[in-house]
Design a protein around this ligand. Structure first.
Ligand SMILES: Cc1ncc(COP(=O)(O)O)c(C=O)c1O
Length: 358
């Protein structure tokens, strides 16, 4: 279907040279609403400022920014990227994707929304990827979604497993690696494998380590052969100008310095919180995390999510997933928020009568 789709030719995409722009039914003059910039013009298809800044950012990660030119697309958050990939490469009622739960729920949701089947290959007991169980299903699947670091388990997928899957998927399946949390474990990124594996797609976002969830900016990184199809489906003006300007600032050296400092602080706060929580008698386990959250398993049948909620602390209950029974996912906030959360947990009236029965 997408093969025959002619991309919508927005005025910005067609472009042109001139000093009077009368091609997009915009107002030439508009109210400024107290802002120094005006918003009367449609934004660029791929805002140049973002592209430039992101390519420089990848250079900071010791990657060849030049080699990624033309392989980058800004989207309205990683979520739009996921949706776009499924709509681009899967036929409703016919095709299938693979996901490895427990993982981010949007892959399955987006597939469901257009009647694309989801084949679930659960993670192993220790939340590692079950590569052997994935292999037989590759040839019948259009996309394999991998999340590294994974939400909600917090672990990364080792490069050796990534390479094994990329090799096996060569002739059949696009491998999508969601790196939403990559700034918390940059050494585990697979971006450098893109040159070798044109069927590898990487998803990134400014919502997590950059702390910019409300501007809705994410990125797809893919080979030009893959990107050509995605660009047929992307809406005409994906990124609003105010978001592009903030994204640009965040990706400049000063913004990156701030992000790195915040990330270091967050990791310190996370590790201290995780260690203190792990020491509590009603905690079975705090899973190792390469992200800005921790997954905590309690050894009591009481719902600690509800208990924390009563204290005004909102966490994410994972009990809907049988594999994550008695688990709560706790995002890492400021040091004072985490101290308050820790104190609330310490105050939990636990005695051995509460102990889990299973
Ligand atoms: C693994 C993963 N991917 C993507 C997203 C969505 O990111 P965005 O805000 O860029 O849409 C999230 C948000 O929680 C996530 O956990």
């Amino acid at each position: 279907m997408v093969k025959n789709l002619i991309p919508y030719q927005s005025a910005r995409r067609i472009g042109g040279q001139g000093h009077i722009w009368l091609n997009a039914n915009e107002l030439e003059e508009s109210e400024s609403y107290g802002e120094s910039v005006r918003y009367n013009r449609y934004p660029d298809f791929l805002p140049h400022v973002i592209e430039q800044a992101y390519l420089e950012y990848t250079q900071q990660q010791n990657l060849d920014g030049a080699a990624l030119s033309g392989k980058l697309l800004a989207v309205r958050g990683a979520d739009e990227g996921i949706d776009l990939l499924i709509r681009t490469f899967c036929q409703p009622g016919q095709d299938q994707i693979i996901v490895c739960p427990p993982t981010y729920a949007m892959y399955e949701f987006c597939a469901d929304s257009i009647a694309v089947r989801t084949r679930k290959i659960p993670l192993a007991e220790d939340f590692s990827l079950d590569v052997a169980a994935i292999l037989p299903h590759l040839s019948e699947s259009k996309l394999l979604f991998l999340c590294s670091p994974n939400n909600p388990t917090g672990n990364v997928i080792p490069q050796a497993q990534m390479i094994a899957l990329l090799e096996a998927a060569k002739d059949s399946t696009l491998v999508v690696v969601d790196e939403a949390y990559i700034e918390f474990a940059p050494e585990s990124s697979v971006i450098s494998l893109m040159a070798q594996y044109p069927h590898l797609i990487v998803i990134r976002t400014l919502s997590k380590a950059f702390g910019l969830a409300s501007i809705r900016v994410g990125f797809l990184l893919a080979d030009t052969s893959v990107m050509g199809y995605v660009k047929r489906l992307i809406p005409p003006y994906p990124i609003a100008d105010p978001s592009a300007l903030i994204a640009k600032k965040a990706l400049l050296p000063e913004g990156l310095r701030a992000m790195h400092e915040q990330t270091e602080t967050l990791i310190r706060v996370r590790d201290a919180f995780a260690a203190a929580v792990a020491a509590l008698s009603f905690v079975e386990k705090v899973y190792p995390s390469s992200t800005n959250f921790v997954l905590v398993k309690f050894n009591t049948d009481d719902c600690l999510y509800e208990y924390l909620l009563q204290k005004g602390i909102v966490t994410r209950n994972q009990a809907h997933d049988p594999r994550l029974n008695r688990c709560v996912r706790i995002s890492i906030g400021t040091e004072s928020s985490m101290l308050e959360t820790l104190q609330a947990l310490k105050d939990y009236p636990f005695n051995t009568m509460n102990q889990a029965t299973a």
